[in-house]
Design a protein around this ligand. Sequence first.
Ligand SMILES: C[S@@+](CC[C@H](N)C(=O)[O-])C[C@H]1O[C@@H](n2cnc3c(N)ncnc32)[C@H](O)[C@@H]1O
Length: 251
Amino acid sequence: MIQFPFYQNEWLGIKFTKLKCNLTLFRVAGELFYDSFYEVLFIKYKDMDELPSLWRKQKLETYKKLSLMMKKNSKVLSLGSGLGFIEDKIFNLRPDIFLECYDFSKLGGKFLYKKNPSLKYHSILPQKRYDVVFCVQFTYAFDNKNFIDFFSQIKQCLNKDSILISVDHSFNDVENDYKKPSTKLSFFDKIKIIIRPIYYLLFKKNKIQFWGWIRDNERLEFLFKKVGLEQIESFPYNGESFKVYKISNLI
Ligand SMILES: C[S@@+](CC[C@H](N)C(=O)[O-])C[C@H]1O[C@@H](n2cnc3c(N)ncnc32)[C@H](O)[C@@H]1O
């Protein structure tokens, strides 16, 4: 079971030093950080189609795979929908699906709701049941305690036949893409992980943000199990790790 904190200094071509908020190595990026980030992003990019093409290509593949996993006429909730590229595709290419989005940043979905004004967008968790709840690159944002608290609330949005799909970047490369060999950490890599925060604190304090936690699938499965969700499928696809959960029969 692996879990490490990780740090970022830029995302989607935007250096965090350009943001109005203070960066911190000790608190995970919160609502204020993401709002400041999206504010700057919307100055750089005026439309979804202007976002970096590699990023769009990756998200399109994720959409295609997710779409195959959603039955006709499903009620679907996207968690941490962010800029909403995947959600825009679902909304327009899967008109049978009843899609709603959730993200604590009210700003992130600007492109999405401008393009699709009838799409339901929540910044507070909806108290409803869905057939499918999915999240892409989202679980990293929670420490273990908040993970369990948050997904316990999400469990209330699931029926016994519902599924939760989590798409993450696993610490273990094999779990992201079967073509790549497993990355075994060398002694030097482990030392680097341990001293990285000290190095950042000494030399890069105002340039780096604590981003969240990178985990392997075993760790994620363990955390979801604590919530009462059991893993029923797991596979690597296009550099990401897809996992499917349902309410555990054991509880
Ligand atoms: C890395 S982005 C992923 C966005 C989108 N799912 C994608 O794949 O492009 C993570 C998103 O999760 C949101 N987020 C982070 N922590 C959150 C939390 N605790 N509650 C709700 N949303 C959160 C952020 O605002 C951000 O939009």
